[in-house]
Design a binder for this molecule. Structure first.
Ligand SMILES: Cc1cc2nc3c(=O)[nH]c(=O)nc-3n(C[C@H](O)[C@H](O)[C@H](O)COP(=O)(O)OP(=O)(O)OC[C@H]3O[C@@H](n4cnc5c(N)ncnc54)[C@H](O)[C@@H]3O)c2cc1C
Length: 379
């Protein structure tokens, strides 16, 4: 009998499993599909501190940023500590950006209009300036999820990690009031505790345990260009509008391009945001908007073809914060879901904090803002 069953082999489940095994627990990860077959396989891989308002999410992002750097030292996730450049169209926007950077208290450099070329020689002219964030980074999300699981299974930690793909969780086993394992389409798995890392489906999984956790899908498309021989873009580059879009509660379509090169040459152009349920229909108007915004940032992109696009469903909660921690309504059930558009960046901190709670240690961050039952009073 394992100490823990983790539901979900996305990047968040992988990180929970990795840190739990490292802490000495025996872990089984189950996923109805393959590793990274959910939203993790559809993300862009930004590890950002630049887009977070001061508060609990930024604290989580800073913890995670440090953990990503530690993880990158011993394994290849295509982790690139390249930094992010946020550009402002007008002096007023630059002032607001600079104000936010000051409040965040993270490393940053205010870049005047004339200095933007030094960061991005191919950037369009006419921006009022920007802010450079050296802690922003990039990781390949699918590799990261797979490598974290592999690393745990290789007994890097003191515990063990076993992966079971093609196994769907259908319900929970109980030991009195406590959750004591899961039922699946391949039999029951008894366990000391269960981690709900089911991403956008975290709400459905919670409902199987009789608890309400409102995780909903927020669709996003990403556009991929044909490869460039020479790197066109050195950092992550986006406009200030992205910060507003991320925090927005709008149901309608929002796009603000985040543009960056990849080690193999293609440029990634992300991402749109809209609440349309689990509709996978390709939207050409959305892709056109993303392409146009990317060309406004880097005119040289106009000469390149887009070779593919993909979409995924960000797991969002109404207050835009993830759900992390043990559920007092269902002891033994720990949630690690609802990370919206930041789950890749926030995965190591989430895994680390969940492993601490599973091992009975005091977590390094106060989990109150992320508590699973915080939505009860708002129902
Ligand atoms: C277009 C787009 C761009 C993005 N860009 C970024 C970015 O740049 N940076 C960033 O940090 N984040 C980004 N994100 C968000 C990020 O991808 C997600 O927050 C993250 O991948 C969530 O990971 P997860 O492990 O929680 O969920 P998932 O990867 O979805 O994993 C959940 C897993 O649970 C499994 N599961 C569900 N129900 C069951 C069940 N009943 N039984 C068994 N298994 C089950 C699913 O099969 C799935 O594999 C982006 C998202 C999108 C859509």
């Amino acid at each position: 009998m394992p100490d823990v069953v983790v539901i979900g082999a996305g990047v968040v489940g992988a990180a929970c499993a990795y840190y739990a095994a490292r802490a000495g627990l025996d872990v089984v990860v189950v996923d109805r599909g393959p590793v990274a077959g959910g939203t993790t396989g559809a993300g862009e891989g930004n590890v950002l501190v630049s887009d977070k308002e001061p508060g609990p999410e930024l604290d989580l992002a800073l913890l995670s940023n440090g953990l990503w750097r530690e993880l990158a030292e011993f394994d290849g996730f295509e982790f690139e500590p390249k930094g992010g450049l946020v550009v402002a169209e007008t002096g007023e926007v630059l002032e607001a950006l600079t104000g936010l950077a000051g409040k965040q208290g993270v490393e940053h450099t205010v870049v005047p209009s004339g200095g933007l070329d030094d960061y991005e020689p191919h950037l369009a002219q006419g921006f009022a300036g920007g802010v450079f964030y050296p802690q922003d980074a990039q990781v390949q999300p699918m590799l990261a999820a797979a490598r974290l699981i592999r690393r745990g299974a290789d007994r890097f930690g003191r515990g063990t990690l076993m992966l079971r793909t093609g196994v769907t969780v259908t319900g929970f086993l109980r030991d009195g009031d406590r959750i004591g394992g899961v039922t699946t389409d391949h039999g029951d798995i008894l366990a000391g505790a269960v981690v709900n890392a089911a991403g956008t489906w975290g709400g459905e999984v919670a409902a199987m345990a009789g608890v309400h956790v409102p995780v909903l899908p927020r669709r996003g498309f990403i556009l991929v260009t044909e490869p460039f021989d020479e790197p066109l873009i050195r950092h992550k580059v986006y406009t200030a509008a992205y910060v507003t879009n991320v925090a927005s509660d709008s149901e309608g379509l929002e796009t603000s391009a985040v543009v960056e090169g990849t080690p193999s040459g293609p440029v990634l152009i992300g991402a749109s945001r809209e609440r349309v349920g689990f509709d996978r229909t390709v939207s050409v108007p959305v892709l056109e908007r993303l392409a146009r915004q990317a060309v406004e940032l880097f005119p040289a992109l106009a000469d390149r073809r887009a070779i593919r696009a993909y979409c995924g469903f960000r797991p969002y909660c109404p207050d835009h914060l993830p759900v992390i921690g043990e559920d007092p309504r269902a002891p033994g059930l720990h949630h690690a879901c609802g990370h919206e558009g930041a789950g890749i960046g926030l995965a190591p901190a989430t895994g680390h904090l969940i492993a601490q709670t599973l091992a009975g240690h005091r977590p390094d961050l106060d989990l109150t803002p992320f508590r699973p039952d915080r939505f009860e009073e708002r129902r």
